[in-house]
Write a protein that binds this ligand. Structure first.
Ligand code: AHR
Length: 663
């Protein structure tokens, strides 16, 4: 279904049917700005799913760099004499490899790493190789290695993209670095290390990063992906998940304490997404912990978002564990509660406190100013409030100003939802995290969802949501449009909805488990989807206060006689702007007229801008090959008097920004 066929059909219909010429008359009351719209309102939710962290945002190019995968040499090819040993320099990552001479001058010994679906390297860009190494015990002469980036499945010189020699001259473990600068771009390079001396060598934590990471951090993030996050100007960053917070079992839950301190000594964790969907099975998907809680806090700070860490409440993933034995008994929760308290100290404690010291030694003496914490992911049943309660008590006592986020379970409504909301009220959590991955019909019917919410008690955090097309469970524009429509209801109800984050955030084109997602990437490039632009348009045009917007005295929420329209309005105090968002979910152009009531005699509206998101084919989205197919289109906007008359084309999300000036 293309935009042109639709417009043509609509025009033909319009000539015969007077109803289509009907102007949708809306009214915005500018006199009394309503509820404040929280700065946290539009944010981001990060989870290590779809290779979102290792192989994605985390810029490390070497997979299984510390030989800690259960199959120690997974992701490595070895040739010649390679042994895996387990008495390395890092207590929590003890494995390393020893390369010894193959015993013949024409034979070779070495290792080759495949990266994450290969290693993406760009011509002329520098890559920082580092390795912990030592001369193998008992040897007197230095060892030599050759480090090279090469095209895959190749061994001849002409396939080498960059190479450097390195002499390992110390008997004790020491970090060595060198730079590789390939002359050509290659999406699927491999990293090879050859032993070049008769003397053997021990190698541990073999790492390769682009020199140009986000903000230049050594243990850094991929620049294009972090920039995409920064460009949203998000109000909040929820991390590290999702289901990975819970783990498939308690042993594999996300334990933040294992993700801080020297990166070489962070133990490996299993990533539950490697086996969750047998049809998308990735047996080599683990969490290195390289993108850990320090890095998340730093990222949040650098992109201007409030950090929102989520910790385990002692319940392993309830989808995967029906037996009560899988979880921590409530009376044994003390260490888990201590983890939550220690996390707050890690983020906010001064540098002389036990955990504040860890943060300071990692390079951030100033506190991160944490204000929010999530306890548990989408838990359910009577066990959830029972587990949550002691956390709430302990956190309230030690840190009364920290806001606690509870959960209403995995469903947008129904038995668990109806049970958990009153429980969250009883426990007086500050916000309730709602999750909804739902089809088009749900999004079309939920424009007024929050109009009906209780104004007292906890606020809403729509922490995971996305429109999953029925039979079209992948990124396409129509789903994004319905997300935009639904979000008018979040904005209109900003007194009760304080935060919202789309999910999931990232997906590798070759390694995804779950779609749709907000940002896709391969080893060299990334693409912002239509859903990304919807989120960004809301965040960049948030406004500071809600303005009432009605059509025939009713909110515009896709209701009866509203012609598939959804709308909301806000006032931005800083530049005295009025922002109106209109989503036309119908297949017909909709003429609208917006009367701005309540302007003072001394005030006038001047034109501003109109930003529209639309496409010719609503079944399509941006792709790596065509990343700009659907991007916001901006044009000047003029108004006459105190009204705006215009047409919102079929299947279009429009943002109108007007300025209130003195006349
Ligand atoms: O976003 C993917 C998953 O969906 C999250 O891990 C979980 O919280 C939800 O079920």
């Amino acid at each position: 279904m293309t935009r042109y066929t639709l417009l043509f059909a609509a025009a033909a219909l319009a000539s015969g049917l007077a109803a289509n010429a009907q102007v949708n008359e809306m009214r915005v009351d500018v006199k009394k700005p309503g509820a404040p719209i929280q700065p946290t309102m539009y944010g981001l939710f990060f989870e290590d799913i779809n290779y979102g962290a290792d192989g994605g945002l985390y810029a490390e190019l070497v997979k299984n760099r510390s030989f800690e995968f259960p199959q120690r040499l997974m992701a490595w090819k070895t040739f010649g004499r390679v042994e895996v040993l387990a008495d390395g320099p890092f207590e929590r990552t003890p494995h390393y490899v020893r390369l010894s001479s193959p015993g013949h001058p024409h034979k070779r010994t070495g290792v080759e790493n495949e990266g994450y679906f290969g290693m993406g390297v760009k011509a002329g860009e520098a890559y920082r190789f580092s390795v912990w190494a030592r001369m193998a015990q008992g040897e007197a002469s230095p060892s030599k290695i050759r480090v090279e980036l090469a095209k895959p499945n190749s061994s001849s010189e002409r396939h080498t993209l960059a190479a450097q020699a390195l002499t390992v001259d110390a008997k004790e473990w020491k970090k060595y670095t060198l730079t590789l600068t390939p002359e050509v771009t290659e999406a699927k390079a491999v990293l090879r290390i050859f032993l070049e001396s008769p003397a053997p060598v021990d190698l541990e934590h073999i790492s390769l990063f682009p020199a140009a990471t986000w903000q230049g951090h050594e243990n850094g993030l991929r620049r294009d992906l972090a920039q995409a996050l920064a460009d949203v100007k998000p109000g909040v960053l929820r991390f590290p998940g999702g289901c990975i917070v819970e783990g498939t079992d308690l042993a594999t839950r996300y334990d933040w304490k294992k993700t801080v301190g020297p990166v070489e000594n962070r133990p490996l964790n299993e990533n539950r997404w490697h086996y969750t969907f047998p049809h998308r099975f990735y047996p080599d998907y683990y969490q290195s912990g390289g993108l850990g809680f320090y890095e998340f806090f730093l990222l949040a700070e650098e992109i201007g978002a409030e950090p929102l860490p989520v910790v385990s409440c002692g319940l392993a993933c309830q989808f995967q564990n029906s037996s009560p034995e899988a979880h921590v008994p409530v009376q044994d929760l003390a260490p888990y509660i201590q983890d939550a308290l220690d996390l707050i100290e890690f983020a906010n404690g001064n540098a002389s406190s036990a955990w504040g010291k860890v943060r300071a030694e990692m390079g951030h003496p100033a506190p991160f100013n944490l204000k929010l914490i999530g306890i548990g992911n989408e838990q359910w049943g009577a066990e959830y409030p029972a587990h949550l309660e002691p956390f709430v008590k302990a956190i309230r006592k030690a840190y009364p100003s920290i806001k606690i986020i509870g959960s209403s379970g995995p469903d947008s409504e129904g038995q668990q939802f109806d049970y958990l909301w009153p429980e969250m009220r009883r426990l007086k959590v500050d916000l309730v995290d709602e999750h909804f991955y739902r089809p088009e019909s749900w999004f079309l019917s939920q424009g007024a969802r929050y109009d009906r919410y209780d104004r007292k008690g906890p606020k809403v955090f729509a922490g995971e949501y996305a429109c999953h097309g029925k039979g079209k469970k992948w990124n396409h524009f129509y789903a994004s449009l319905l997300e935009a429509a639904f979000m008018t209801g979040l904005e209109r109800n900003a007194d009760v909805v304080h935060m919202a984050t789309y999910a999931p955030l990232f997906a590798h084109v070759e390694g995804w488990q779950w779609r749709p997602d907000m940002i896709w990437f391969d080893n060299l490039a990334s693409v912002r989807t239509a859903s990304y632009y919807v989120q960004q348009l809301y965040a960049l045009n948030r406004g500071s206060h809600v303005l009432p917007l009605t059509m025939s005295q009713k909110p515009v929420a896709g209701g009866e006689n509203q012609n598939g329209l959804f709308a909301s309005a806000a006032w931005e105090e800083k530049d005295n702007a009025i922002i109106v968002k209109v989503v036309n979910t119908s297949n017909k152009p909709q003429p609208i007229s917006i009367a701005f009531a309540g302007l003072k005699k001394t005030e006038a509206l001047t034109g501003g801008v109109c930003i529209k998101l639309y496409t010719d084919d609503v079944d399509m989205d941006n792709t790596i090959e065509h990343p700009q197919a659907i991007v916001p289109q901006e044009s000047p906007l003029s108004v006459s008097g105190s009204a705006l008359s215009t047409t919102v084309e079929a299947y279009t999300f429009a943002v109108y920004r007007l300025l209130k000036t003195k006349n």
